[in-house]
Write a protein that binds this ligand. Sequence first.
Ligand code: FES
Length: 172
Amino acid sequence: MSKDYGDYQLEEGGRGEAKEKESVSRRSLLSIGWIASLVSLIGPGLANIRYLFPNVLYETPTAFKLRKPAEYPPNSISFEEDRRLFVFNDRHGFRAMSAVCTHLRCTVGPFGPGKGATSRCPCHGSLFDKQGRVLSGPAPRSLDFFRLTESPDGRLQVDTQDIVSADMYFKV
Ligand code: FES
């Protein structure tokens, strides 16, 4: 009897544990449900907030200042490597020529000394003269020249959106 009682107790205890396990699993299921609901609300909410900040590509300005004219030696071709630009200073005045190859936009190399100096593109070997003309390809066209002006603080200023002819000089 006592054994039966014990079994009964044991059985009751087992049922109690089973109920407890069942209630725990229900609780877990409820928690998972709540978490899933929150994620399904928060996810699209964050996506909508992200939508308010579009992917904008901030490009560098096309007009910028260079050095003061006196800082370019007479009869020189200065290579502004960070701007990918050549600044010519000769007896006619100043000119700014692009150093961006017209083939696939590599930066062309500096001009060597001498009258017939040329600039070679390191990527595929295009060769340019001081007028920007293509001496040998594969570059399809000449290098661009840009309008030069003087900024209020006395520096040369170039606008790479304003393309001019190779014989247009800026006189200080
Ligand atoms: S990028 Fe200059 S020759 Fe190809």
